[in-house]
Design a binder for this molecule. Structure first.
Ligand code: SF4
Ligand code: SF4
Length: 56
């Protein structure tokens, strides 16, 4: 399982970056991006106010 960000709906708020226990999220050009460090825990999906993160 790994998180993926919908770039069309992400507003770059950073809530997911703060919520991730693995440091796997960062903001690039105002959009969240997921690194290979993602453990698939789902904390970011719960934290995102725009439902922009899904787990695949
Ligand atoms: S699923 Fe968990 S480990 Fe992966 S990016 Fe989201 S908060 Fe971080
Ligand atoms: S919490 Fe959602 S809207 Fe905010 S930066 Fe992360 S993916 Fe984008």
């Amino acid at each position: 399982m790994s998180a993926s960000v919908n770039k069309e709906t992400c507003v770059g708020c950073g809530a997911c970056v703060d919520a991730c226990p693995c440091g796997a999220l960062s903001l690039e050009d105002g959009v969240a991006v997921v690194s290979d460090d993602c453990a698939g825990c789902g904390a970011c999906t719960d934290a995102c106010p725009t439902d922009s993160i899904s787990l695949d």
